[in-house]
Design a protein around this ligand. Structure first.
Ligand code: FE2
Ligand code: FE2
Length: 192
């Protein structure tokens, strides 16, 4: 593997582990509130949380293959996940679902380009991310199906867009700007 490709693969693992760590905390806090106010959503949230815990373990394992340890700023993503989870769940059932949808859509947008980039560079890692992405798509579908029972209002669309931006901004902070560079790099390499 070329040195440049290795560096990108390491950055991908960094971003993904931080994201999964944040997702675990997001669902932990949503479940905490849902136990009181949104009991009907608990089954879905527990199912998603189980997958996110597994994803965390998967990426930590993949990091070991690259002799890496999680970035020390990962805790920021953990705090952001907790805050996002509490805030969305406290705002109501639809806000909670919009939070799930935004986090998951942001995740699988990133994963799609990573899978493409890693093909023929690190096929094993590409396959690992592909499998994780199947879960992420399923998570957003679970939320979107419930949201679709009633069309999104303009305010909800703005809220959803804002949450996506918050997820991307947090990723940018945690990776000290590397996530944006990675997006650009992957975007350019998709055309090759
Ligand atoms: Fe995940
Ligand atoms: Fe997910």
């Amino acid at each position: 593997m070329k040195e440049e490709d290795k560096r990108v693969a390491e950055e991908i693992l960094n971003v993904n582990y931080a994201g999964e760590y944040g997702a675990c905390n997001l669902y932990k806090s949503q479940i905490f509130i849902a136990k009181i106010f949104h009991k009907d959503l608990l089954e879905m949230l527990f199912q998603i949380e189980k997958d996110e815990i597994l994803h965390c373990k998967i990426f930590k394992h993949e990091m070991k293959k690259y002799n890496m340890v999680p970035c020390r700023l990962t805790w920021i993503w953990g705090v952001a996940g907790l805050m996002l989870g509490f805030a969305t769940a406290l705002l109501g059932k639809r806000a909670l679902l919009l939070g799930v949808s935004a986090a998951e859509i942001t995740a699988h947008r990133h994963l799609e380009s990573q899978i493409h980039f890693l093909k023929n560079r690190d096929n094993d890692l590409s396959k690992v991310i592909f499998d994780v992405n199947v879960h992420e798509k399923n998570h957003s579908t679970l939320a979107d199906e419930q949201l679709a029972e009633k069309g999104l209002s303009n305010l909800e669309k703005i809220f959803h867009e804002t949450l996506c931006k918050i997820c991307n901004l947090t990723m940018w902070v945690v990776t000290r700007g590397e996530s944006k560079k990675l997006d650009k790099f992957l975007e350019n390499n998709m055309k090759i």
